[in-house]
Design a protein around this ligand. Structure first.
Ligand code: VAH
Length: 311
């Protein structure tokens, strides 16, 4: 039985749908700070929860009696730079409450880290699983602190904590909000709606990305992996492709030949992007728990354009 925080977020939405399908509606309790709007989430078990409210978290967990908590509630990189103190409050306050709940009730624990946990002094190509992590964004400080705290809860209290460092995630069910990699989602929606897109990230900026189906599969695969195989825990490098705006535009043009890509670079998000790796190495995740993404840029583009057309 799984409780999810941040269940209305970009990952949380599809994670909820997939887990319900896999384990049954009655075994999955999505929570978030507001009621669901989409029909798919309405009418089934759901609870309002602000992850800063430990008392409420305890009440919900006492009632639902999960064996696993998937802590997805967090603010993304660009949002964190706008209000770093609030970001610390949500991202770290929420994480501590979720970890304490897992410790007190012996729950299995998942929370995502990010390529944002790396900084300018991290090797940019084939970024190793174990390497220097001195991020220069509040989001990155939250993510690297979160990784260390999750490892601490495992070593000190025996909590079964597991995590992945997600790249930019591309989805059409729920669009992201406040991320640096959001250009790679917006470009597909704009291509269908307007036949053009103005990118806030510059043309030769390479970042790791992954299609959402591969991200959800990775979470499930990691959580079902035999703990004795895990030499790392928080958090595994995972990625499916390293791309830049020009590469996405060229792939879109195979389907929409007149598509036009323009640039209006946002210095804040460009600065964040340039502090991150260009391409990380996911071989440890592949080796230790069988991580195997199915979508490359070509397949993701076909899938995104078709899904958005049908929306
Ligand atoms: C962000 N989508 O842009 C998130 C993610 C690696 C990027 O952490 O902040």
């Amino acid at each position: 039985r799984i409780i999810i925080t941040g269940a209305l977020g970009q990952i949380g939405t599809e994670l909820t749908l997939k887990l319900r399908e896999k384990y049954g509606d009655e075994n999955v309790l999505p929570t978030d700070i507001k009621e669901p709007e989409s029909d798919e989430l309405k009418g089934k078990p759901f609870e309002i929860l602000d992850v800063r409210d430990k008392t409420r978290m305890d009440e919900i967990v006492e009632d639902f009696k999960p064996d696993t908590i998937m802590h997805m509630a967090a603010l993304l990189s660009a949002t964190c730079e706008k209000n770093p103190q609030f970001a610390w409050d949500i991202n770290m306050g929420g994480l501590v409450n979720a970890l304490e709940t897992a410790r007190e009730r012996d729950l299995k624990f998942f929370t995502p880290s990010s390529i944002g946990a790396f900084g300018p002094s991290t090797p940019k190509e084939n970024t190793p699983q174990v390497t220097i992590q001195r991020p220069t964004t509040m989001y990155g400080v939250n993510k690297v602190s979160g990784e260390l705290l999750c490892d601490y809860y495992h070593e000190k209290f025996g909590v079964d904590t597991r995590g992945v460092r997600f790249p930019g995630l591309i989805s059409h069910v729920k669009e992201p909000g406040g991320g640096t990699t959001d250009y790679a989602v917006e470009i597909f929606f704009e291509a269908i709606r307007n036949g053009q897109y103005t990118s806030f990230i510059d043309k030769n900026t390479n970042m790791d990305m992954m299609y959402m189906d591969d991200a959800i599969e990775a979470i499930i695969k990691l959580m079902e992996a035999d703990a004795s195989n895990l030499e790392h825990r928080n958090a595994f490098n995972v990625t499916a492709m390293s791309i830049n705006p020009e590469m996405v535009a060229n792939e879109i043009k195979k389907h929409i030949p007149d598509f036009k890509l323009f640039y209006d670079v946002d210095p804040v998000r460009q600065g964040i992007a340039e502090s991150w790796p260009n391409a990380i190495d996911a071989t440890e995740a592949e080796r230790q728990w069988g991580f195997a993404p199915q979508y490359d840029l070509e397949k993701m583009t076909v899938t995104m354009l078709e899904a958005i057309r049908n929306k």
